[in-house]
Design a protein. Structure first.
Length: 235
């Protein structure tokens, strides 16, 4: 009988240990002048009634490309059963790539001129025993289950990114519930297979088809609320 030999492959012949993170840089798609649309969202716990027709427009690229400013636009009813209407948030984002770590998007709502803290202030705390626990914050934009966005700097892991789509994992507050797939307007009807595979393999076997399910009614809303969007976008 032949002997089975277990040989150790030389390190020089192995692919880079952290090569996976090279497929997580969302800078190109976030900097795209195209609108970005929510294509897939969690199949459970995602209350679309308060986050309908989600899309994002490019506002500016600043600091030599280090900061990307985009809107997050959607329709929702005001909390406590108020009137249904359009919402526009201005979000400043910074792509953080640290050796050996998953690529992170740091995002801060800057609708009222808030300033991004220096990157050194958002680095992971090396002395957790000295870290003062911050009370958990409630969502400001969506009701209860679907926590799209929270006050302060949100840290959102990137599972995969291409030039036309990005799959975002959940933040510490959202966990897997925040997993979403966003795609550019030009590819929204047929997103890249690599992004869909990442969502279906890393997040859920099924996803809420947000764009496909809401597109027709979104066009009606856009016409209905055109007069309300104009002053929001003029700010």
């Amino acid at each position: 009988m032949g002997a089975v030999i277990h040989a150790q492959v030389p390190e020089s012949q192995l692919s880079p240990l952290n090569a996976i993170h090279s497929y997580q840089d969302p800078t190109v798609v976030l900097s795209s002048p195209e609108d970005l649309f929510l294509h897939l969202a969690p199949p459970h716990g995602w209350y679309s009634g308060n986050s309908k027709c989600l899309k994002s427009r490019l506002v500016a690229v600043k600091e030599g490309g280090k900061e990307i400013v985009r809107t997050i636009e959607f329709y929702r009813a005001e909390l406590n059963q108020g009137p249904f209407g359009p919402v526009l948030l201005v979000i400043t984002m910074r792509v953080v790539k640290r050796p050996g770590d998953t690529v992170i998007i740091e995002a801060l709502e800057t609708s009222n001129g808030e300033k991004f803290p220096p990157e050194s202030e958002t680095k992971p705390n090396k002395n957790p025993q000295n870290h003062k626990e911050v009370p958990r914050r409630e969502p400001r934009s969506l009701d209860e289950t679907a926590k799209l966005y929270l006050p302060g700097v949100n840290k959102i892991p990137v599972l995969f990114a291409s030039n036309s789509c990005v799959v975002l994992g959940g933040s510490e507050e959202n966990a897997i519930q925040g997993c979403t797939l966003w795609t550019t307007a030009s590819s929204v009807k047929l997103p890249a297979r690599c992004c869909k595979f990442t969502f279906l393999s890393q997040c859920y076997r099924q996803g809420y088809q947000a764009y496909e399910s809401e597109n027709m009614v979104c066009k009606d809303y856009d016409t209905m609320f055109k007069h309300k969007w104009q002053p929001l976008r003029a700010k």
